[in-house]
Design a protein around this ligand. Sequence first.
Ligand SMILES: [Zn+2]
Length: 222
Amino acid sequence: MKKIVKEQPPTWFETWKQNFKQTHGRTAHYKNDFSSDDSQGTARRQQLRGHLIKEQGHICCYCMKRISLQNSHIEHFRPKTRFPQNDLDYQNLLASCNRDGMVSLDGHCGHKKEDWWEDNLVSPTESKIEEMFQYSLDGNIHSIQKKPFTNIAQEMIGHMGLDSYHLIRNRRAAIESSEVFDENEYSNEDIRNFIDFYSNKDGEAYVPYCMAIVACLKEQLG
Ligand SMILES: [Zn+2]
């Protein structure tokens, strides 16, 4: 996973929540209020999703797949069924792959995770998220062993389907098309420059599966 740097909530989003409270005399909730079943609810969801996608550099919060308005949904890191008080807390809202209503046999990410929750679950907004997973050249993902977070990392792989066939295949393709498999002999300085490139946004976007490529490049440092 790639750490997500949350920005300030969009002004229109905070204003909408304040106006809702003034009008209705209660705090707004995601379902039925913000995400109401009409064109206004659809427009609000789309506007928020666009903001989250841009904030995340156009990759899924969990698997790093390229996402757009067409293939993403708003993900509540703390599930809205368990934490209704956080269901419009901007810090809890992420963009994940797979649009609402799309069912996949090879499910992963937000729709696979659903209402699963553990108190020691690590959010993609925490720095240590980038130290929890190892990726191999064949696209597989593993928890890093003998760390305080090894067990929860392993559970996250299972509950979020991060080891699904689809994702392993995509990561392998991304790694194979990077400098990892180049025939050139690169110096450590070259490799560090590649790591720097994949660790940062190129314009607005990260390269899909960037941290899997970074992990394999780090293995090549002499
Ligand atoms: Zn995903």
